[in-house]
Design a protein around this ligand. Structure first.
Ligand SMILES: [Fe+2]
Ligand SMILES: [Fe+2]
Length: 202
């Protein structure tokens, strides 16, 4: 594979790609052909353990990220109902905090444990790991955006915030939650295509 990898391109940036580029897919083929398709991964003798746990963590993150925008939309509907929105704001704040913490913890384990292990074991995955590293940078920005929006929630608790303020903050939160949900779907799908065949062959 060429030594040059450009993350900020239509083929690679997580906000622009729809799938792994043809070049990255081509260089994954050998690794993937040994373990079969996604449907066949659970049948592999090494699936139980790290691969299965990793996919369970992804499923939990995807579920939480998909649910959060719906919760934000509910806040907008409750903007003119201070007692109901107070309870909802507390739940939103807790759920948002948990999602952000879970995502950062997961990325930390990948960045500092799994990716270096794959780098040493499968040098051909060099550019694939650069792609995932780039994704994590964008996801960190997105998580920070969401965290900033979640931090404003206590200020609009109960009667302190008026309806227009709740709507404004709620829209900001919804925007950040939708962005995270969209990026997680793309990143996690591609990350599994790259990393699960690798982890099954360690
Ligand atoms: Fe990741
Ligand atoms: Fe992951």
């Amino acid at each position: 594979m060429s030594d040059t990898f450009i993350y900020n391109s239509k083929d690679n940036h997580v906000e622009q790609r729809c799938e792994l580029s043809a070049l990255l897919q081509k260089h994954l083929h050998e690794l993937q052909s040994v373990v079969g398709t996604r449907d066949e991964w659970p049948l592999h003798k090494n699936f139980a353990g790290e691969a299965e746990f990793w996919m369970q963590v992804h499923k939990a993150l995807l579920g939480a990220a998909a649910e959060f925008p719906d919760r934000c939309a509910t806040l907008l509907l409750l903007a003119d109902d201070p007692p109901a929105r107070k309870k909802h704001l507390t739940q939103l704040s807790q759920l948002g905090g948990q999602l952000i913490h879970h995502a950062h913890t997961h990325h930390h384990v990948e960045d500092h444990h799994f990716f270096p292990v794959f780098q040493r074991a499968f040098p051909k995955l060099n550019h694939h790991l650069e792609l995932l590293d780039g994704d994590h940078r964008i996801l960190t920005e997105t998580l920070d955006q969401l965290e900033n929006a979640v931090r404003t929630l206590p200020a609009i608790q109960a009667d302190k915030g008026n309806q227009s303020e709740v709507l404004f903050r709620g829209e900001e939160l919804l925007h950040a939650a939708n962005r995270l949900n969209k990026l997680f779907k793309q990143h996690i799908a591609d990350e599994e295509e790259i990393c699960i065949p690798a982890i099954l062959q360690l």
